[in-house]
Ligand binder design. Structure first.
Ligand code: HH2
Length: 277
């Protein structure tokens, strides 16, 4: 279902939460969420990632009822209108089941199937591509004292466990996408190290999804408290990740990511002139 031959796929973020760090509260209303999803699709999104539970550092997770109350009306609004695949950013099996009923076709699980024992078997039964993300600890405490001997080695060990867990749940390895979880229990230096050595994260042979968009390490690097002022920093990471052959970029500004991919691929020769419309 996901083809990676034309450079990274762009995953447009649609947070339907009151408290997400960048776009919190903006798309809670289903009509506004649909409008934004259609905008991202027109801008070149390959996937729309709907999330109803912020994972902002220090945040308390929404209850299951609350998460359902947020995402289901939005998924209903998107179904039949958005033509690209919709992914659901959840670890909860019930949210996944209800989202699938409303057209969601990809699971994005920031707990890598550790959050709910029933989520893996359900994703397997439904045959869904499944994003398995690295997170040290959980969002409440993950930024308190992140420590690794070698962050890349630790993430690779985590990937091996996650793939094993997925396969025991019945998720075919060919459906797994791996994600180093930028900003999830990592210092600025850990994030930079993961980006610098992203090629090493390809060792398991699975596609990589990376989400740097507007994250706080960019705010710290650039001294920008406002997430909306971190777009140039995000673009720098997107160009780097595109050059490194990463398969999926998860971003807020789809148009900017598309521009970065277009120019980067022309520079590297990955995209020929005749392919440019
Ligand atoms: N980052 C966030 C949420 N979900 N999923 C994957 N696979 N990878 C990520 O890096 C990732 C993710 C956090 O960013 P955002 O959705 O913008 O914020 P919030 O968690 O505050 O809603």
């Amino acid at each position: 279902m996901l083809g990676f031959d034309d450079g990274p796929l762009v995953v447009g973020i649609l947070n339907v939460t009151p408290d997400s760090f960048s776009d919190g509260g903006r798309f809670v209303d289903p009509a506004r969420a649909l409008e934004h999803a259609l905008r991202m699709e027109a801008d070149g999104a390959d996937v729309i990632d709907v999330g109803g539970c912020s994972t902002r550092p220090g945040s308390e997770p929404a209850t299951e009822e609350e998460e359902l109350r947020r995402v289901l009306p939005v998924l209903e609004a998107l179904e039949g209108r958005v033509t690209v695949p919709v992914s659901i950013d959840t670890w909860r099996s019930r949210v996944l089941a209800e989202a699938w009923d409303r057209g969601a076709a990809i699971l994005n699980d920031v707990t890598a199937l550790r959050g709910d024992d029933r989520t893996g078997p359900l994703a397997a039964e439904l045959g869904l591509p499944t994003v398995l993300m690295h997170m040290a600890d959980d969002p409440r405490t993950m930024q308190e004292r992140p420590r690794y001997d070698d962050v890349v080695a630790d993430v690779l060990a985590f990937f091996a466990d996650a793939l094993d867990r997925a396969s025991r749940a019945g998720v075919s390895c060919s459906q797994a996408v791996l994600d180093p979880g930028i900003g999830f229990g990592k210092t600025v230096e850990h994030n930079l190290e993961l980006l610098r050595r992203v090629a090493e994260l390809r060792a398991p042979g699975r596609p990589l999804l990376v989400g740097t968009s507007r994250k706080s390490f960019l705010g710290k690097l650039l001294d920008r408290a406002d997430p909306l002022e971190r777009e140039s920093g995000t673009a720098a990471t997107s160009a780097h990740l595109c050059r490194c052959g990463v398969e999926m970029l998860r971003v807020h500004d789809v148009r900017a990511a598309r521009d970065v991919i277009c120019v980067t691929r022309r520079i590297t020769g990955a995209e020929k002139e005749r392919e440019i419309r």
